[in-house]
Design a protein around this ligand. Sequence first.
Ligand SMILES: C[S@@+](CC[C@H](N)C(=O)[O-])C[C@H]1O[C@@H](n2cnc3c(N)ncnc32)[C@H](O)[C@@H]1O
Length: 257
Amino acid sequence: MLRLWPRRLDTIPGRRLTGPTFGGWEVLDLTRALAAAAPAGDLGRLWRDHAARGGALHGQYDRFDMIVLTGLIRLFGVQKVLECAPHQGWSTTLMQLVLPGEGEHRSFDRVDYEAAIQDAVRRHTTLKNWSFFVGDFQDLIGGHWDYLSQVDLLFIDADHGQAFAQWYLDEARLLDQVRPGCLIQIHDVYPPGREPARLGESRYAWPWLADKRDRFDVYFTWEMARLKEIQRILGKKVFLDHAGRQANNCSLWLYKR
Ligand SMILES: C[S@@+](CC[C@H](N)C(=O)[O-])C[C@H]1O[C@@H](n2cnc3c(N)ncnc32)[C@H](O)[C@@H]1O
């Protein structure tokens, strides 16, 4: 059988990290289904609003990543979300746009952005079953351990340093706690060898994942965004940032087997 996952991913640049399947879907079929499931009109309005309010200055959720996040929530029937961290509510808004009324959404940030988050979400949709917890996630998570074991989506976009990655992957072991079938998104993960030196989360995460490749399916938007087949499915515009350059698309999606 073709071995798609080398043991040490960071030593073999160019090797495909995604797929071939994710949550039971072949990844090209999945991408087509995500494009159909995502709320295209709402995402267009959100993207323009994002640009009008400073774009990347207030979050760096690229357009393709918006499709993947909202599409996966709909396609996999996500109801319970744990989000660390929302900052001023860009990712929160995307999730709230497609979460069902009976879902639950808990967000954690060490800065009290509640008013900004509520304002961001309400510009686009109603705020549904959302709670916000202010403080260091490393301290707060102890009070939400049961919830973590029930979530359908664990979203991590917080401190992009190595120490935080080591904490959530190997010390608190958050990904051991989530249930099989749970989606995990780690945002701002760069391909091996491309992470800015001041960060460190990606350099920690890739070897960690290489050791556990049998436990997770992988869909890496950075890589998918650069495939001609995917660009044909979605159209090239989707892969540009507000300045018209190739967007980063740094979302690492895991599906826990
Ligand atoms: C990159 S921003 C999140 C962007 C957001 N997801 C969006 O879509 O705009 C990172 C956020 O993580 C928060 N953060 C960083 N370390 C944290 C920690 N240990 N506990 C809680 N929040 C943290 C920061 O305050 C910041 O708001």
